[in-house]
Ligand binder design. Structure first.
Ligand code: F0G
Length: 456
């Protein structure tokens, strides 16, 4: 099968090196078998993340030259505000340096100690920003999302019965708000349907509960709605996005993904109290409310990128390049999460390395083995990422123990995808000889970033 044709041509290139086998072995050992701790110069193809790794367009680069670096009221802020109003339909905008800063401002305002935040699967930084003000994130995603083999077209959907059960058990006052992620990252880049969003809105209206979106990958989610949901086959992506957002009371957004920029984030809402509070707090943590920790030029690139990232032809290529990689693996039986997600292909490490017990960190082991084989950098998304139970201190072993091959946007060619697939297929053929890892250093917060391991 061939990859999708790229709707762009290449104007500038960046050289990458290919470390030999000896260097790859040394490099991953020096990194404590944690791909986050590898040096970028030791990496040939970097599939660690789709965050901040996009290639910008000539239009975005041209925008950088039009950065207005005034401390207050830079024109680029107003461009961004207009883009967000046009593409997402929110009136009020607070820029931040990246997504987690928006989470901090939003969640520290909305969460009181002991409150619950139901969400369609946790994300690492989101969970921490709910826990810091004393809250607890609880899972309300449909069961299908926890099963890598299940081919449900909208595995990101919220299970309203699970939400009802939390309300029945704890009372509605215990719920801070309902948090809904688009194109759910930890579930494998799986979308939520418009129908589900609509039903959730109705449900929450009955209880006067707020819904806050993590809209980080909402454009990719909108593409899946157009592809899979009846009635949206020819709806423009922006119309889909605006309808999606209309079911929320506001969103946080890491613009390092679908907005095709290397840095940036924001929160947006139509709720005056949320806006007024977060606008006053952004000044404490990020910078004045018209730049929020970003340079004027970054605001401009983001303003243009939000629009470009919502173009149908671009999204079609994007989603199909990820699918191309996934299909090459699936065709020869490599176990991956199905259906293939929006931003990444996820390997099912429990099936890839069934001989390893959970406490030998199969996904961490597999990510390290892939690097050693081909200098392709991937990421663990399983028990190391999930961390420990806040109350018992025990490791949590989630149903999904995955390795994420995250595809940066507009950066790699289909040949790069083929090189990656060959390496993984080669490893799969000799999977029996791959040995597990032991954790020898564990930081307190977000341990996956800095934990160190050694080979057993
Ligand atoms: N929400 C989601 C769904 C994310 O995927 C991320 C980041 C954030 C919030 C935080 O945003 O990084 O701009 O502060 N995800 C990156 C990843 C790190 O690799 O998945 P940020």
């Amino acid at each position: 099968m061939n990859g999708p044709v790229e709707p762009f041509k290449i104007k500038m290139i960046e050289h990458v090196g290919m470390p030999d086998e000896k260097r790859r072995k040394e490099a991953i050992q020096e990194a404590g078998y944690n791909t986050f701790l590898l040096k970028s110069e030791d990496v040939f193809i970097d599939l660690l993340t789709d965050s901040g790794t996009s290639a910008m367009s000539d239009n975005q680069w041209a925008g950088l030259m039009l950065g207005d670096e005034a401390y207050a009221g830079a024109r680029n802020f107003y461009h961004l505000e207009k883009s967000i109003q046009d593409v997402l339909g929110f009136k009020y905008v607070v820029p931040t340096h990246q997504g987690r800063a928006a989470e901090h401002l939003m969640y520290s305002y909305l969460v009181q100690p002991e409150q619950l935040v139901p969400r369609n699967m946790y994300f690492t930084t989101s969970k921490v920003h709910v826990e810091l003000p004393g809250g607890k994130m609880v899972d309300i995603i449909i069961d299908e999302a926890h099963d890598p083999e299940n081919e449900h077209p909208f595995k990101g959907n919220v299970d309203l019965q699970k939400l009802q059960a939390f309300i029945d058990e704890y009372g509605v006052d215990k719920i801070a708000f309902v948090n809904v992620e688009m194109d759910v990252n930890m579930a494998g880049g799986q979308p939520i349907s418009m129908e589900n969003l609509r039903n959730l809105r109705e449900f929450c209206d009955d209880y006067r509960l707020r819904i806050i979106f993590d809209a980080t990958r909402s454009s990719e989610n909108a593409y899946f709605i157009r592809e899979r949901e009846k009635g949206y086959e020819s709806t423009p992506i922006i119309e889909i996005l605006r309808e999606m957002m209309s079911y929320s009371d506001g969103c946080i957004y890491s613009s390092k993904k679908d907005c095709l920029v290397n840095i940036g984030g924001f929160l947006a809402t139509n709720e005056k109290d949320i806006f007024e509070h977060t606008r006053s707090m952004v000044v404490v943590y990020e910078g004045l409310h018209t730049y929020g920790g970003l340079a004027g030029r970054d605001l401009e690139a983001l303003s243009r990128g939000l629009r470009e990232g919502a173009e149908y032809n671009y999204l079609k290529y994007r989603i199909n390049q990820v699918r191309h990689l996934g299909e090459m693996l699936m065709d020869v039986g490599v176990p991956i999460v199905k259906p293939i997600g929006g931003h990444a292909v996820f390997l099912n490490a429990l099936k890839f390395l069934p001989h390893l017990p959970r406490n030998q960190w199969p996904a961490q082991t597999l990510a390290a083995a892939i690097y050693e084989d081909s200098a392709v950098r991937t990421m663990e998304r399983g028990a190391v990422s999930k961390g420990r139970d806040k109350e018992t201190g025990e490791n949590i072993f989630p149903a999904l123990e995955l390795v994420r091959l995250t595809i940066p946007r507009r950066v790699y060619t289909n040949t790069h995808m083929e090189y990656t697939a060959k390496s993984i297929i080669r490893l799969y053929e000799k999977r029996d000889i791959i040995k597990g890892l032991k954790m020898i250093y564990e930081p307190k917060y977000l341990r996956f970033f800095q934990a160190r391991f050694e080979k057993i």
